[in-house]
Design a protein around this ligand. Structure first.
Ligand SMILES: [Zn+2]
Length: 327
């Protein structure tokens, strides 16, 4: 019921204050009303990335998908990805707080404690991912430091000096850091490290064993996107997938060619609605990511809810209908 209340609040706010969605829904013939069940969200049209890009191009910098004046926005980030037109994303103070709550929740889900020390072996550029992960750990109360743009030899010395218990970074970067140490491959690359949080590179499963051996530490996958924030993360039970933050999102999975929902556990395109990012939401947004959603999964860690089974991968051009390229 809480999620339904949040969804009605989100939709009501968008009807009143968000020109992008009001225009889109009116054109699709959707009537403004309170929903009586979550499933009724399916009456609303899907939102495509190309629509957001076109809207942002027509009225820079953020387009008309916002429910507050630009002066109230506090952060702008760019979606990652070098091959596609970037989407700029903005947050007001309250929606950034909501984003960080999700990030913190994923750390808690993985078993990260306030006493942990985190070394972020990653760059902090225009995309929001590294900032969200860093500030989420900070919010949890962890000691955080970053070795972005520091050469690998000096990063090794920092490992000795600061003794982090958790490393965060791309799998390839963490492998390179392990390989740069003395006696690489014969003992854990830094004895105090107990956990590796992997981000930024999907499909790292083939590297998981190598990473765990090189560091003598457990790997945790994490998934998010600029338009949504932190979406899903792995728990210590490692059920073969990531827990999706059901309290923050409504997740659907559709056949990318027909737009129809797929069966429980079947591969499909992830469609997300951000329940709390009310000032710049995504509502039934096609992420372009292929996932397998398992509903009501009861995990050995104690959490029940949607499991994102296996990895996430970007849909190929041959899996997307031509219609997707039009608003
Ligand atoms: Zn679990």
């Amino acid at each position: 019921m809480i999620r339904l209340r949040q969804l009605n609040r989100l939709l009501g706010h968008a009807w009143e204050h968000n020109p992008f969605y009001r225009r889109k829904w009116t054109a699709a013939g959707v009537r403004q009303r309170r929903l009586s069940r979550l499933e009724d969200l399916a009456d609303f049209p899907l939102t495509m990335r190309v629509e957001l890009v076109a809207d942002q191009t027509a009225s820079p910098p953020l387009g008309s998908n916002r429910a507050r004046p630009l002066a109230e926005f506090r952060r702008i980030h760019r979606s990652s990805g070098t091959t596609r037109t970037p989407v700029f994303w903005g947050d007001t103070a309250r929606t950034w707080r909501w984003i960080l709550e999700g990030s913190e929740r994923l750390f808690q889900l993985a078993g990260v404690q306030p006493a942990d020390r985190l070394l972020f072996a990653m760059g902090f550029g225009p995309s929001s991912g590294p900032w969200i992960i860093y500030e989420g750990a900070h919010r949890l109360g962890c000691l955080c430091f970053t070795s972005a743009a520091v050469e690998v030899g000096e990063q090794r010395r920092w490992l000795e000096q600061f003794r982090p218990s958790i490393l965060v970074g791309k799998p390839s970067a963490l492998l390179a850091l392990a390989a740069a140490g003395p006696g690489a491959g014969r003992r854990p690359a830094s004895p105090g490290v107990r956990m590796l949080i992997l981000t930024g590179e999907p499909n790292f499963e083939s590297l998981r064993g190598r990473l765990e051996r090189a560091w003598g530490a457990e790997c945790f996958d994490r998934y998010g996107l600029t338009e949504a924030g932190s979406v899903a993360g792995e728990c210590p039970a490692h059920p073969g997938g990531m827990h999706l933050l059901d309290e923050a999102f409504i997740a659907e999975s559709i056949d990318p060619l027909t737009g129809r929902p797929v069966a429980n556990g079947a591969p499909g395109e992830l469609v997300l609605t951000t329940l709390g990012r009310v000032d710049r939401p995504i509502i039934r947004y096609r992420t372009g990511d292929r996932v397998r959603l398992v509903r009501d999964y009861a995990c050995a860690c104690g959490r029940s809810g949607t499991l994102l089974l296996g990895g996430v991968r970007r849909l190929g051009a041959d899996e997307t209908p031509k219609a997707r390229r039009k608003p």
